[in-house]
Write a protein that binds this ligand. Structure first.
Ligand SMILES: Nc1nc2c(ncn2[C@@H]2O[C@H](COP(=O)(O)OP(=O)(O)OP(=O)(O)O)[C@@H](O)[C@H]2O)c(=O)[nH]1
Ligand SMILES: [Mg+2]
Length: 421
């Protein structure tokens, strides 16, 4: 089959102002390009809520119908998740096939997945997506042929029969369960000899796999290097490698799939097994691309997914990667500047990992009189506050501390014998 280079018109509505719209469109453009297509036009519209029939208003849909030939457009990508009937209506109104944001992301995952388990997870997400849109969508998709949104593992023609899809879904679930059983056995073997787990998380293309490879090189670890590439969703599976800082201090480093804004729920759901490695970690390293002015948005996108998989409370070190490049954008909270390329900052990252994993972290209560504010502010540069109250003679704090800090600030500790909270 000839490769189809789709020419895409993006369709979006501005609900939360124009700058949010622009950011969302920039990300969507990146996703369209990651799917091997190009953007030839944008149709956006300010409105509070989508038109119930055609998402954008009828007039705007007519405009697209008018301009599509001149732009040689072959596909519309809508920056939202749509129902089957909205997709059909918009398609009829514009004369172009329509896919939504979710189908686009699923498509990228489908063309990128390599391992058996990732392929099964992607297909499960795709089948569930199709099943919930059968009404209204079927006829349109089958006309569409081999373009974006219809590609999938082992999928040549669209199965519009719901019963057929249901059978396929249970088959995929069964195969995933048995693959998962193999992984669980591997994991159990790991937990029998308890090892700390550190998981790399972050927006796609931030440099997680590159950091993994830096560690593999530097600590001469066993196991192959992982795939790193300048593209969205280069990694779609879980890679676990053992890193030995020295004979007594070792941990398992986990590299996995990157995130984007509004990662489709069906995909997160299907990737639960993969992402459970993250949820079970002892420590997260949140990797941000410091060369991106959008890094705070990317940080939020990652936090949202962490929340969805129940990993938002885990201890976390945030790193600003690609510090060797010009951008050097920062975030509000504490973060460590590093470069997986040059190794800059990596020593400090290892120190922080070391401290978080091996130095007996505990919450203690301390009291600082007002004339001890200097000592307090020194401690606050490195220890995380859980709680603070201002009293008549000073400040009472509950802090997460390590053994070194407790030793150094011993005189301020008021209830040393309390169990860790
Ligand atoms: N200059 C520079 N480039 C980097 C650095 N770290 C990673 N890169 C580049 O950034 C691109 C993405 O890196 P990956 O390690 O594949 O990113 P990832 O976070 O694993 O991405 P996904 O697997 O897609 O989620 C690659 O082209 C890397 O070579 C860095 O510190 N400096
Ligand atoms: Mg990767």
């Amino acid at each position: 089959m000839e490769p189809i280079i789709e020419k895409v018109i993006l369709v979006a509505i501005a609900r939360d102002g124009l700058s949010a719209l622009q950011e969302s469109l920039d990300e969507l453009t990146g996703l369209v390009e990651a799917a091997g297509a190009i953007v030839v036009g944008i149709a956006d519209q300010s409105r509070d809520r989508p038109d119930p029939a055609t998402y954008i208003g009828r007039g705007k849909a007519d405009e697209i119908a008018q301009m599509k030939d001149e732009l040689e457009a072959s596909l519309i990508v809508v920056d939202d998740e749509l129902s089957g009937s909205t997709i059909r209506n918009l398609s009829e109104a514009t004369g172009l096939p329509v896919i939504d944001r979710t189908a686009l992301i699923l498509d990228i995952f489908a063309t990128r997945s390599r391992s058996g388990i990732a392929k099964l997870q992607v297909e499960l997400a795709q089948q569930q997506y199709r099943r919930s849109r059968l009404i209204g969508l079927g006829a349109m998709l089958s006309q569409q042929g081999g373009g974006i949104g219809t590609r999938g593992p082992g999928e040549t023609k669209l199965e519009t029969d719901r019963r057929h899809i249901d059978l396929r879904i249970s088959e995929l679930r069964r195969r995933l369960r048995s693959q998962q059983a193999v992984r669980d056995t591997q994991r159990k073997r790991r937990t029998d000899t308890p090892e700390k787990i550190v998981a790399l998380v972050g927006y796609t293309n931030a440099g997680k796999s590159s950091i993994m490879n830096y560690f593999l090189n530097y600590y001469d670890a066993e196991g192959a290097q992982v795939y790193e590439r300048d593209m969205l969703f280069a990694t779609l599976d879980v890679y676990v490698r053992r890193i030995e800082l020295d004979a007594n201090r070792r941990f398992l480093l986990v590299d996995t799939v990157g995130f984007v804004n509004r990662l489709p729920h069906s995909l997160v759901e299907a990737f639960k097994a993969t992402l459970s490695e993250v949820a079970q970690a002892d420590l997260l390293i949140h990797v941000l691309d410091a060369n991106q002015d959008k890094l705070e948005l990317q940080q939020k996108a990652t936090e949202a997914v962490l929340q969805e998989i129940g990993a938002e409370q885990l201890p976390m070190i945030t790193v600003l990667n690609k510090w060797d490049l010009e951008g050097q954008y920062r975030i509000a909270g504490p973060a460590l500047a590093v470069s997986a390329k040059t190794g800059e900052g990596m020593e400090r990252l290892v120190e922080q990992i070391d401290r978080a994993l091996f130095s007996d972290q505990r919450v203690v209560e301390m009291f600082f009189r007002f004339d001890q504010a200097g000592a307090m502010s020194r401690l606050l540069e490195e220890a995380e506050i859980k709680d603070q109250t201002h009293e008549a003679t000073g400040t009472r704090l509950r802090l997460m501390t390590d053994a070194i800090q407790r030793e150094k600030y011993q005189e301020y500790i008021v209830e040393n014998d309390h169990p860790a909270l």
